[in-house]
Design a binder for this molecule. Structure first.
Ligand code: FPP
Length: 242
């Protein structure tokens, strides 16, 4: 991608998306909320397909938060079914397109069948490197940090880690996202301007883009426009402009 002046434009290597607005999209049309999630799942496929062509190497999507269990049983079960179906139906295409799929979040509360499918697709796509797709399921930034702290505390108690050696790099490696680059850009759809417990540690220096578009209406064109805006921004990481 290059700017109008012909100079190369910055492209975010890692884009993370809070996919919001499925429920409202469906309700606005007089349909059950799950119809919005189904359409949202179709949009995930389109964005995954378009991302490599836009220069994105890492794509992380927030599919189910640690707070989403508060929704109706019907909606929670419907979403879990959608995740299963996505893995089963997309496995072939993801492999063919060179997508490596991974998950972050605490899997222990998920149904064993879904956990098995998640492990299966991770293993099946482990050699792919064209796009790294990470799906956050039963994910919360605070929960992730708490689990990481517990992991590190256990190592300290076992005598395997000196508390004074516990630095940012050690904490970073204890997170679900160990070995992943931090997101350059976090997008939230549907007009809400909250972070909602998403990648709290990892997004410390990320740019944020908020769009009023509801997730089921979010197309590769919407993403292209957002990337265009991002390309004109300047990131300073706490420093000053030279
Ligand atoms: C937020 O919209 C969206 C979710 C809680 C679910 C996200 C799930 C998908 C996009 C579908 C499946 C994803 C994959 C990876 C297969 P909301 O329901 O909170 O919308 P609202 O704020 O309008 O109620």
């Amino acid at each position: 991608m290059s700017s109008e002046s012909g100079t190369p434009r910055r492209i975010p290597r890692h884009v993370a998306i809070i996919m919001d607005g499925n429920g409202r999209w469906a309700i606005n049309k007089g349909w059950p909320r799950l119809v919005g999630h189904r359409k949202g799942s179709e949009r995930v496929k389109e964005i995954v397909r378009a991302a490599p062509g836009l220069g994105i190497e890492w794509l992380t999507v927030y599919a189910f938060s640690t707070e989403n269990w508060k929704r109706s049983t019907e909606e929670v079960l419907g979403l879990m079914k959608l995740f299963q179906r996505y893995i089963q139906r997309e496995a072939e295409a993801l492999s063919a397109e060179g997508v490596r799929m991974r998950f972050i979040g605490d899997r222990r509360r998920l149904e064993p069948k879904l956990q098995d499918l998640m492990a299966w697709i991770e293993q099946r796509t482990a050699q792919n490197s064209r796009l790294n797709l990470t799906v956050a399921i039963n994910y919360g930034g605070r929960d992730e940090l708490t689990r990481a702290a517990r992991r590190l505390a256990r190592r300290v108690v076992a005598g395997d880690l000196d508390p004074d050696a516990l630095d940012e790099a050690a904490l970073d490696q204890a997170l679900d996202t160990a070995d992943m680059p931090d997101p350059d850009l976090v997008i939230r759809t549907s007009g809400e301007t909250r972070v909602s417990n998403f990648l709290l540690w990892q997004a410390a220096y990320s740019e944020y883009e908020f769009t009023p578009v509801l997730w089921p209406d979010f197309t590769p064109e919407t993403l292209t426009e957002i990337l265009h805006r991002y390309g004109t921004r300047e990131r300073r990481f706490g420093g000053v402009t030279s």
